[in-house]
Design a protein around this ligand. Structure first.
Ligand code: ZN
Length: 366
């Protein structure tokens, strides 16, 4: 099964890779980990955000005069995914076209120096970084400048801090079908620097929009992109009238963002997922922050059921800056809490490279 999966994955990557330029930093990376699920907003450390606010004398300094106040805001426990998602709004408000280089350059530097990364997929919804004072047409056009700004900043930073860097563009459950369609088209137009599309946002809104999202995932696939989606993360995300529609989206995905409720509540789906070579992007700290899980140990069941069924898991951070937990610490915490053995941890590290949309070759040895 595993052999069949990696063949499918290699074929899919070859398809995307043919028209691509050589990835930035290829051949010189020294890191050991691949980060597959990281949000541009959530990747920013409070001290870096605060330094920027001070640099531009930003009005938010009135609410957060010190770094500690900002840290407290990020560390505050959230009861639901909805509350948690709202936290991103603050950062998105600051991360605009002119500030993207500042944030992306520091992110790449930290990823290489402190996160021990060889590969990073950074995801974002470009619409949220456009100028809200413009009309829809102008904002749709400006989304391309956002993608370009992220690419240029990453390219400059990876010359000094070598890392394979790729973007994933997120459709969002609060956006209109027209905006989400443009996000997919833009991802396809920029294929190479962008490797995939994702679906993000509050999952309680999915029911009303999944009908439109299905064809958009098909469009992405037809244009040579990979696909992932925030799906089956919370207990409410795997129940209700929209469950059927969510299950229909599942086969369209190469990877599943979170998906921890599948092994916990619908383990019967795992067999088909293994056959399709799908991988879960599991972000342990997020579930404690969103109130989805109470303790890290609850993930034991998630890992063991996936391993038994032959479904790979990539360990990711989701929002390493907001959480204050770097990727190597996510691995370490799973080891210390006896969720994973060392061999299982190594298996997940390898799986992250196998399922990375823009990595070619072997995973670095642990
Ligand atoms: Zn996420």
């Amino acid at each position: 099964m595993l052999r069949a999966m990696s063949r499918a994955s290699v074929r899919a990557k070859a398809k995307v890779g043919r028209s691509e330029a050589k990835p930035v930093g290829e051949g010189v990376t020294r890191g050991r980990f691949a980060e597959l699920h990281l949000h541009l907003g959530g990747a920013v450390l409070p001290n870096i955000l605060h330094a920027y606010l001070r640099r531009v004398k930003h009005p938010l300094l009135k609410r957060y005069p010190t770094v500690e106040r900002l840290e407290r805001f990020f560390a505050k426990p959230r009861r639901t995914l909805d509350e948690y998602v709202r936290m991103h709004k603050l950062v998105e408000h600051v991360q605009r076209l002119d500030s993207i280089p500042y944030f992306v350059q520091r992110l790449v530097r930290g990823a290489v120096l402190f996160d021990n990364l060889a590969y990073m997929e950074l995801r974002h919804t470009p619409w949220f970084r456009t100028d809200s004072g413009l009309d829809e047409r102008a904002r749709l056009a400006q989304m391309e400048e956002v993608v370009e700004a992220v690419s240029m900043a990453a390219m400059a930073a990876t010359k000094t801090y070598p890392l394979i860097f790729k973007q994933v563009l997120c459709m969002h459950s609060t956006l209109s079908p027209a905006v989400n369609r443009r996000i997919v088209e833009l991802a396809a137009d920029r294929r190479g620097e962008v490797v995939a599309v994702d679906l993000a946002g509050p999952d309680r809104l999915y029911d009303g929009m999944l009908r439109e999202v299905g064809p958009l995932f098909k469009l992405a696939k037809n244009r040579g992109l990979h696909t992932t989606a925030h799906l089956f993360e919370t207990a409410t995300g795997i129940s209700g009238v929209g469950l059927r529609r969510r299950e229909k989206v599942l086969p369209m995905l190469d990877r599943v963002g979170h998906g921890i409720q599948i092994p916990l509540q619908r383990p019967g789906l795992l067999k088909a997922m293994a056959k399709r070579g799908q991988c879960l992007e599991v972000c342990p700290t997020s579930y404690l922050k969103t109130g989805t899980l109470k303790r890290t140990e609850e993930l034991r069941e998630v890992f063991s059921r996936c391993f038994d069924a032959g479904v790979d898991i990539a360990i990711c951070t989701d929002n390493s800056g907001m959480h204050g937990v770097r990727l190597p610490h996510e691995y370490e915490s799973l080891l210390v809490n006896e969720v994973l053995s060392f061999a299982e941890m190594a298996r997940c590290q390898k799986a992250a490279f196998t399922h990375a949309f823009g990595w070619t070759g072997e995973a670095p040895k642990l």
